[in-house]
Ligand binder design. Sequence first.
Ligand SMILES: [Zn+2]
Length: 399
Amino acid sequence: MSPDRSVRAALWSEVDGVLLLRSVATALVRLSEIGNLKTSALPYPEEAQRALNNTVLTCLVLKARPPESLPELVEWAAKRPVDRWPVTLPPDVVPPEALLLDEATHLPTQLCYEWAVDAEDSAARHSEQRYMTVVSQRCREENYPEAYRAFRLLLVRRPVLTHRELSTLPAAADNDLGFLGDLLYDVYQPAPAGYLDRKRQSYTACARCHTLLHPTTVGGLWCEQGRCRDLGTVRHGREYRADDGGGIQLLIRPLRQWVSAPGVLETRLARRLTDVGADVELWPGFGSYSMRVRFPDRATLAIEYKDWASPALLGRRAVPPPPDPPYDRCVWVVPATRLRDHPDFRTVFERYRSSTSLELMTDRELLRTTRQFIGPTGPSPRNAETASAPDGEAMEGLF
Ligand SMILES: [Zn+2]
């Protein structure tokens, strides 16, 4: 680690605002797992009490009015954008106007999860690692990569199952999930009551990402994925009666956040790269990275698809994946929409990134580059998008 980088790392972990946001985000995620954030009663869970104490202390030091109770801290998280909290933070670490809780449902936002996994002592609990590592190990022991991919695809395509589907899946002849059956019961849990439309006694899935939509206080439905909300109106997908197939099971949130949501983007990008002639392998090496892309006579790329709200927190995690299977270059791909909505995304990522041995580019840039290299001999005709001039940055030196 260079002296400059070690100083930066030390500064990060010593900044009061960083410690505070980690503490508050972790407490909010934990509270959302055990109950309704709007009805927190005394005594508060230890983690929540500690987050409240930290916030009060920080406010007193900065001579700001502190929250007087946990419900007031929850209101802050749902109504006051983080960049307006009375805390001292390194520059640009929170996107403008971003909340830790959704205003209408009081469920943790993606940014809240990103802060929770930035805290090392809670990262494993709130990330996908503890489950996906077990799946990876088991499939590796069985030398069964198809099972790993089948498990991952199930999480991407079906974050909601009926109890009957869950119980019959492992025994079904048309999949490879048999020896992972017990894990399915760990990661699919009965759908929380908060998602139920009590009048209709039904749940509604999002037509875009397939997770359950959450009723709002004003009679609407809300998708936890910012990408779905950014597309405008919520699209209603499949409706499940509460007692369908013995009851509705929902994939746990860390796996929805860190596996299902990026998985939708990963599978779509893989399909598009394949369409233009690239040789693509999804989740190679039992999930070492998102996809391995090979071109005839050119470099082999390890692609990691990263859809993060905070480029600073993403940059702090910028470490190349293990070379299993081996690759020549590593590219972290972010949705082009992130850069459109946050023009400084790349600059902030560069400022905070912990490794310079990987490149950042958008999904659109990667597709354009791939089409350029494969050229008109590829199986798909060029379309209007590919005819436009490619973005110069991040293009040079990729291959
Ligand atoms: Zn959605």
